[in-house]
Write a protein that binds this ligand. Structure first.
Ligand code: 13P
Length: 245
């Protein structure tokens, strides 16, 4: 399976930031893995036309479950596709926490994304209190069950394991902790979909200095990267580590 290095810019980036993409393309014209940038929606169409014909793909950070309608401020999956997105991140812990997105809401968005021809990157992960309470695998299994609707196409699905306490903190789980969750995800998805070809990403404080170690963990097929995806040099280091894995 080809690895996926996905950058989630979150609420960062203006037109100026596109110079980082120019630098990234110049340094890595033919990466040995799939490379994706999910910029803020304001930059999506510009970025898509900029990377057209290159190895770099673009994606959205969220979508609404409906295709259109009276939903001020929201963006639909067909709109993302029309703007040039191939992927959309769904159920990120920041959306689950800041916008009260339940597993059912995420599931409805996955259906909408796949109907629009987008690949869905569905995020799951435990809080620190849940890990301390020994509930990590329970939480993740339940999130996967509830966030993947009936009719999910496994060929258009990516899962990102992002422990909430590792996001933006500089802290990462041990390799054993990541391995345990990824093995459980692999087993659960194989059981449900009959395939072991769904890419499983790790996310949370991935940087060039820890990327190789993370990519050596069984069933880690890439990374969902926040802060370190904003700078071409940092994201480039992660792309190199994944290409060599
Ligand atoms: P950081 O890489 O900044 O920890 O963010 C991870 C993340 O939330 C990616 O979606």
């Amino acid at each position: 399976m080809r690895g996926l290095a996905a950058g989630n810019w979150k609420m960062n980036g203006t037109g100026e930031s596109l110079s980082e993409i120019e630098a990234l393309l110049a340094a890595h014209p033919t990466p040995g893995c799939e490379v994706l940038i999910c910029p803020p929606a304001t930059l999506l169409a510009r970025l898509a036309s900029m990377v057209h014909g290159t190895a770099l793909k673009v994606g959205g950070q969220d979508c609404h479950a409906a295709a259109s309608g009276a939903h001020t401020g929201d963006i639909s999956a067909p709109m993302l596709a029309e703007a040039g997105a191939d992927y959309v991140i769904l159920g990120h812990s920041e959306r689950r926490a800041n916008h009260a997105e339940s597993d059912a809401v995420v599931a409805a968005k996955v259906s909408a994304a796949q109907a629009a021809g987008l690949k869905a990157i569905v995020c799951v992960g435990e809080t620190e209190a849940e890990r301390d309470g020994g509930r990590t695998l329970d939480i993740i299994t339940t999130q996967i069950e509830g966030s993947l609707p009936e009719g999910t196409d496994p060929a258009c699905l990516v899962i990102a394991y992002e422990p909430v306490w590792a996001i933006g903190t500089g802290r990462t789980p041990t390799t054993d902790q990541i391995a345990e969750v990824h093995a459980a995800l692999r087993a659960q998805l194989a059981d449900r979909f009959g395939t072991d070809r769904i890419a499983l990403l790790y996310g949370g404080s991935v940087k060039p200095s820890n990327a190789a170690e993370i990519f050596a963990i069984p069933h880690v097929n890439g990374a969902l990267v926040g802060g370190a995806s904003l700078k071409a040099a940092d994201f480039g280091g992660i792309i190199e580590a994944l290409s060599a894995a």
